[in-house]
Every structure is written in structure tokens, then in C-alpha cells.
Design a protein around this ligand. Structure first.
Ligand code: GDP
Length: 305
């Protein structure tokens, strides 16, 4: 399958047009038996931490060693503006020219759950097309990491070298999702700061003493320092999880989540596609506004529950 064909298949499964659904299912069904063989690696961090730069450098390094690297983005979109948070900036231009790399810009619409579900399906298509490393990028803003964690085998969190502020407002929960934390921009004047931040993070994480203590490293996405060590560590950790069964357990729980999300979104779309639902809903909102009934009573009036 060429990159162009892969891109077209992903567009098809992302389509929300009813007339595309059968073809999308056919494409997915065909891909499924050949999927599952990659390492799915989530990469997250606040805007500006260096995610694109990091993926470009790491992806290039891996592609040069003959790995086939696919990059997908989960873009949570701003809840206020509806706009994309990852942005439309041209991303990973160099990597996109490598014959072993495939880069997919983020889907631009849909509820987050929907985006995550399509991303899962895009992962399967990439795997069926022979990509053995799938990098899934998302912005560190909260819910998107939780969704992305449910899509990935390994969670890599990038952080800025702000000494004295090691947790950087990142919720403890997010830190607990991480398998590896990398303090990026450990170069030039920021090198020392980055090393200090790394030490501080290590001790902060030690104090949290969660059962999944992530490894903390430092790197420079810009000049490449530390990237091969970081990759070595990542592959060691993934290989260890494959050996001791955690990898398979994680995949199984991902499949459950996938099934649940598919069921929920299917139920919702069936519900809304039934005749008269919007009118019923608007009427229920009016009743609720006038204080006549509670939301649950309003829902019961909608019937078919
Ligand atoms: P993203 O928003 O997380 O994708 O961040 P970008 O990859 O777009 O990087 C944001 C800015 O940080 C850009 O100006 C990059 O050149 C810069 N940057 C990224 N990685 C590094 C790094 O390792 N060292 C330094 N000094 N700058 C970096």
C-alpha cells in the first residue's frame, strides 16, 4: 500500500458521511488481520515543549534505521473556539519526505471520544500498511492524554526545563500515565536547567511513589542529544512489558475501551438519526427551562428509554 493509498483509507474511515460508512468498514475489516504488530507510542506535552521537533528528530532517526514510522495526531480542539490546538503550522516537513515515514495531520472535527476512536482505526490501517512504529501526538491539556493513553502501549511525556517548577501544573494524574518523562531542550544555556529539572522530577516522582514510576531522562529534540539513549530505554521498557505480559494486558483493556466507545457512539448516532429527535429534544429543553420538570423527567418524556 502506498502512502497515498493509506492517506485515502484514513480519510475514508474519518468520514462522517453516511454513504462512506460501508466502504470504511470494508477497509477496516480488510486491515484488521494484518494490524496489531506495531509499537504504539503516545507523545504529549504542553504547547511549545517541542513535540513536533522531537517527533521529527526521533522519527528521522528511526526511519534511517529502516523502521517504518507513522505519525498521527490527536487534536483535542479548543472547547471555546472550536479551533485546533495543535494548529495548522506546517509540521515535520523533513520527516514527511522520508520514504519510511508517514505523517497524518490531525482530524479537525468531532467530539474528542470520536477523534480518539478514529485515531485507533487509523493506527490499525497504518499497521496493516506495514508501519511498525506509530507515534501518536497530543497536546498536554488534560482529557486528551487520557484518551491517548487508551490508544497506546507506551506514554512519553515531554517537559520543559523549568527548574523549581517540576510538576509544571501538569496534573498528577497525567504524570501517572507516563512511562517515560523527558525534559526537553537540554541544550545550550538550558542544559543545566534541564538537568536540575530532571533531578527534581525524579525526586518528586519518587515521593508520589505510584506503582508506575516513570523513568526520567533529558534530551534535546533540536540537536538530537540524548535521543538514542531515550530510544534505547523506550525499547527496553516496551520489550520488558512484552515479556512480562503487561503489554498484552494493556492491549486487551484498550480493546474493551474501543468496543465501549464504538457502542456508545453508535447508540448516540442511531438515536439522533431517528425522526423527530431534535424536535423532542428542543421541547424538553423548553420544559426544563420553565422549571416544570427535572432533566431526568424530561428525558423520560422523550420515550424509548
Ligand atoms: P510543540 O508545540 O510541542 O510541537 O513544539 P515545537 O516542536 O513546535 O517547538 C516549539 C519551539 O521550541 C520551537 O521554536 C522549537 O524550535 C523549539 N524547540 C523544540 N525542541 C527544542 C530543543 O530541544 N531545544 C531548543 N533549544 N529548542 C527546542
Amino acid at each position: 500500500m502506498t502512502r497515498r493509498e493509506l492517506a485515502k483509507s484514513i480519510t475514508l474511515i474519518e468520514s462522517t458521511r453516511p454513504e462512506d460508512q460501508d466502504a470504511a468498514q470494508a477497509v477496516l475489516a480488510q486491515a484488521m488481520p494484518r494490524s496489531g504488530k506495531s509499537w504504539r507510542i503516545a507523545i504529549s506535552g504542553v504547547p511549545g515543549v517541542g513535540k513536533s521537533t522531537f517527533i521529527e528528530s526521533l522519527g528521522w532517526m528511526l526511519a534511517e534505521t529502516g523502521r517504518k514510522v507513522a505519525v498521527l495526531a490527536v487534536d483535542p480542539s479548543s472547547p471555546v473556539s472550536g479551533g485546533s490546538i495543535l494548529g495548522d503550522k506546517t509540521r515535520m516537513e523533513k520527516l514527511s519526505t522520508h520514504p519510511n515515514a508517514f505523517i497524518r495531520p490531525s482530524p479537525t472535527s468531532g467530539a474528542l471520544g470520536g477523534v480518539a476512536r478514529k485515531t485507533r482505526e487509523a493506527i490499525l490501517l497504518c499497521e496493516a500498511a506495514g508501519y511498525d512504529i506509530v507515534l501518536i501526538e497530543t497536546v498536554g491539556v488534560g482529557q486528551s492524554e487520557v484518551d491517548v493513553a487508551s490508544l497506546s502501549d507506551f506514554f512519553l511525556l515531554l517537559m520543559l526545563p523549568n527548574a523549581g517548577d517540576s510538576l509544571q501544573g501538569i496534573k498528577r494524574g497525567i504524570l501517572e500515565l507516563a512511562d517515560l518523562v523527558a525534559v526537553n531542550k537540554a541544550d545550550g544555556e538550558m542544559r543545566e536547567l534541564a538537568e536540575a529539572a530532571k533531578a527534581e522530577l525524579q525526586s518528586a516522582l519518587h515521593m508520589l511513589a505510584s506503582e508506575r514510576n516513570p523513568v526520567v531522562m533529558s534530551c534535546s529534540a533540536l540537536d538530537g542529544a540524548g535521543l538514542s539513549e531515550l530510544w534505547q530505554k523506550t525499547s527496553d521498557l516496551i520489550t520488558a512489558s512484552q515479556t512480562d505480559g503487561r503489554f498484552a494486558r494493556r492491549r486487551r483493556s484498550q480493546t474493551r475501551i474501543w468496543m465501549k466507545q464504538t457502542l456508545e457512539s453508535e447508540l448516540l448516532s442511531r438515536y439522533w438519526s431517528e425522526k423527530g429527535r431534535v424536535e423532542q429534544f428542543n421541547k424538553a429543553v423548553e420544559d426544563l427551562e420553565s422549571g416544570e420538570i427535572t432533566p431526568l423527567e424530561a428525558i423520560h418524556r422523550l420515550g424509548n428509554f
